[in-house]
Ligand binder design. Structure first.
Ligand code: URA
Length: 209
């Protein structure tokens, strides 16, 4: 089964409150989104593969840890961009591959309009960044694309998820991990998460009209 991890922490609740509040200005919204992404980065990377290395402190010989796999951050355009820097701060050697997805109005299927990955060199661990897991249609398409690329392990990180989206991913992908700060009540008729936060892209980039 897809493993669902909901971050239960007072700091997550505090910043989620700022994120949801419709009176938060874009600067506050971006700040809250980045802090939540950073809080999620630790649990989302708990399975990172590392190896032991030797080193010397000013006092003694000891050992430490080095990363032992390639990690790629996959922000889904455009809202996922806000989550990149908090992850890069902690994993500065990560590759970043941007995925652009659009919903086909006739088939209701998510289609890729931008995806450029080095086909001959799959990453070991892909961390997909999308603030809102709503229907799950986009993320399903992205995960299929990553699997075709040959990625071995995939984690999805969303600030807020819907029960419908969680169910869709859970049913289809037994091996991926899903990390979020909240699983909300439901999707409304426009497929927005309730209570949610509105449109994450518009609130991040100040394009609300
Ligand atoms: N995308 C958003 O930005 N918000 C939602 O509630 C659902 C999808």
């Amino acid at each position: 089964m897809t493993q669902l991890h909901v971050l239960d922490h007072p700091l997550a609740s505090l910043h989620l409150t700022r994120l949801r509040d419709k009176n938060s200005r874009p600067v506050e919204f971006r700040d809250a989104a980045k802090k939540l992404a950073q809080l999620l980065a630790a649990p989302a990377t708990h399975s990172l593969s590392t190896r032991r290395i030797e080193l010397t402190t000013p006092v003694a010989e000891t050992h430490g840890t080095a990363l032992d796999e390639t990690v790629s951050l996959i922000p889904i355009l455009r809202a996922g961009l806000i989550m990149v820097d908090p992850f890069l701060d902690l994993l500065p050697e990560s590759e970043v591959w941007h995925f652009g997805m659009i919903r086909d109005e006739e088939t209701a299927e998510a289609e890729s309009y931008y995806c450029k990955v080095p086909e001959d060199r799959p990453t070991d661990f892909a961390i997909v960044l999308d603030p809102m897991l709503a229907t799950g249609g986009t993320l399903r398409a992205v995960i299929h694309r990553l699997q075709r690329w040959g990625v071995k392990r995939i984690a999805v990180v969303s600030l807020i998820a819907s029960p419908e989206g969680v169910a869709a991913l859970t049913a289809e992908f037994p091996d991926i991990e899903l990390h979020t700060c909240a699983v909300d009540s439901h999707l409304n008729e426009k497929k927005y998460i309730v209570p949610g936060l509105g449109d994450a892209g518009d609130r991040t980039f100040n394009t609300l009209r």
